[in-house]
Write a protein of this length. Sequence first.
Length: 284
Amino acid sequence: MEIGKYKLEIITSGYLGFDGGAMFGIIPKTLWQKTNPADESNRIKLSTRHLILESDSKKIIIDTGMGNKWDDKSKSIYAYDEDHSMDIALNKIGFKPEDITDVILTHLHFDHTGGSTILKDGKLIPAFPNAKYHVQKQNYDWGVNPSDRDRGSYIKDNFLPLFEEGVINFINGNEEFDDEIQFIEINGHTFGQHMIKVSDSSNTILFCADLIPTVSHIPLPYIMGYDLQPLVTLEEKKKILPIAADENWILFFGHDPEVAFCTVMNTEKGIRPDKKYKSFDELS
């Protein structure tokens, strides 16, 4: 797929398991398990899926996944899949970490920025040595001083070394990266998250981040228990989903284990998924 000057690719750096109840908030398990079956520990399978944008001068990746700095206990808690990695995923499309020019981080939770740093010779360094990392200033500030409720989601080894190396570019609100890429700030899940809108005169794809982590989260009440401000999340969904339906946007999911993206449509029950896709090849 191409949008403007960019060629788009999809890679998946791994899979993990989060508690299904936490992922679906107030929605009863009898409903969410129909589409997202849980394991014996009540965890549902999630992906860490990334959008790659390549132009003549840029190679951009959105989010960096879980990374590989996990101890055995944490791997067990999160059903960490060691058969996948960022290096393997990039290699499949002919890229190396040093090829990446820009890393766009939707927010600094560990499952979105765990792969931003690596440990080399006992020191944490940027995993993408030639890249600038773009993140909302508000989210960085929150990540440095999180609340007791979400402290475990912000692991500072994933992002403080980036600041110390001087490779972070701070975004403030709804800014434009260039003519095709726009940051849309949202604050329900955490403070200073942003979605990534990539568009030209013909097509729009929206990297939904954790506003809509999976295709199952499209219905309005399907809001994660992790969200700091669930009523704000609700209003954000009410704002963005009608536009996506009316303008035939493609919604891209970072966490759905099967569906990479979909379009949405208006129904009697509200906005629901329309056409679902696993890869851009299916659009041909």
